[in-house]
Design a protein. Structure first.
Length: 376
């Protein structure tokens, strides 16, 4: 089997052009299967004169011309579409397009002239079912679709416009923003659920310690002066804890995080711009310690505190007060996390882009104060 190249294809087109019965519906011998078979044999013999070792078969010649004819038909239909839609006509740059223009005689098609457009191609009623078995194996001339789709502009697909592409891109961008916002909200909810679970475990551990400390408190009987001093310190600690529970909101009103989460005023986003959000988060972060070692000491700190505890006994009441302080600090972080997650969720419902911008601002502020607290 020989290989096709530009030179052999050019010879194939020239030889086929000599025998209109193989490609033109107007030829009188188009239905003569014997005549067409003879013409195909002549074309094959002519092409094989230029081949030295391997030669072409009739099936290879017929298939190669069919491929060229189908490609030309697709290019031609594209030009017809440009004519029907009043678009500037540009001839394809395919190398064989000009050489195969003789096929237009079989379907009454040609490129438009400068004076006027030519009429659309006529419908052809001939179908493959009307051909004989021998005729079906030979190359068939070009035919129009029975439904006349190429003759009417309405039957062809419409070329998409730039406005349509812009709308599609806008829809895709909106879908991507909504998906990102949903992922953010889902991630925040998972973090809040994890914080609540850890708070519950920590709360159960603290209650166990408090009950153990209460049993030990009944044993020692401190002096009267020490009792008054402890009461004063307890009162001071309660005032401090009360001040911690009340977080100053950006709107100027003072309320606890949990009460703000359940109040009707939280139904709308509390921040109208990223600058207000950044200022509010900075003010809250300045009141809450961001050093993890303040709430969750590392093992080295635990060993140091254990050595100090061995040297100086700790009063059970001080242990209880320390545990209560750690629990309150952990609750403040949990409330703040739930408040941020709830606010982002409500902002996302109104504007996913604002929710994404708010999360970025919060991350930047937390990163700044975290870095500053670690550098001290």
């Amino acid at each position: 089997m020989s290989q096709w190249n530009d030179l052999s294809r050019d010879r194939l087109i020239k030889e086929y052009r000599k025998y209109p019965c193989l490609w033109s519906n107007k030829d009188e011998d188009v239905k003569n299967a014997e005549k067409r078979r003879e013409c195909l044999a002549l074309i094959t013999a002519e092409l094989n004169k230029y081949e030295q070792q391997k030669t072409f078969t009739q099936d290879e010649v017929r298939t190669q011309f069919k491929n060229l004819r189908d490609m030309y038909r697709r290019k031609r239909k594209k030009l017809q579409l440009q004519l029907d839609t009043n678009v500037s006509v540009d001839e394809p740059g395919w190398v064989y397009f000009q050489r195969l223009k003789f096929l237009d005689d079989s379907i009454e098609f040609s490129l438009p002239s400068d004076s006027a457009h030519l009429p659309p191609p006529k419908k052809k009623g001939k179908t493959a079912a009307n051909r004989s078995a021998d005729d079906a194996s030979l190359p068939t001339p070009l035919e129009e679709n029975s439904n006349g789709s190429s003759s009417s502009p309405g039957g062809l697909f419409q070329c998409p416009t730039a406005e349509h592409h812009a709308k599609e891109e806008q829809k895709q961008q909106q879908t991507m923003v909504v998906e990102v916002a949903e992922e953010m909200v889902k991630h925040e909810e998972e973090e809040v659920a994890e914080d609540e679970r850890q708070d519950e475990e920590r709360h159960g551990t603290t209650e166990g310690r408090s009950s153990g400390g209460g049993a030990q408190m009944a044993e020692p009987t401190p002096a009267e002066g020490q009792t008054d001093e402890r009461e004063d310190s307890t009162a001071g600690g309660g005032a401090t804890n009360g001040a911690r529970e009340n977080v100053e909101m950006p709107t100027g009103s003072t309320a606890s995080s949990s009460s703000f989460a359940s109040s009707p005023a939280a139904a709308s986003p509390p921040f109208s711009s990223p600058s207000l959000l950044r200022g509010a988060v900075a003010e809250i972060c300045s009141q809450i310690p961001l050093n993890p070692s303040a709430l969750f000491p590392v093992p080295s700190q635990l060993s140091t505190s254990a050595a100090r505890d061995n040297s100086a006994p700790i009063v059970p009441q001080q242990q209880q007060r320390r545990a209560e302080t750690e629990e309150e600090d952990a609750e403040e972080f949990a409330c703040f996390g739930r408040f941020v997650a709830m606010t982002l969720r409500k902002i996302s419902a109104l504007s996913p882009i604002d929710a994404l911008e708010a999360r970025k601002e919060i991350s930047d502020v937390l990163y700044f104060y975290q870095k500053r607290s670690l550098s001290k």
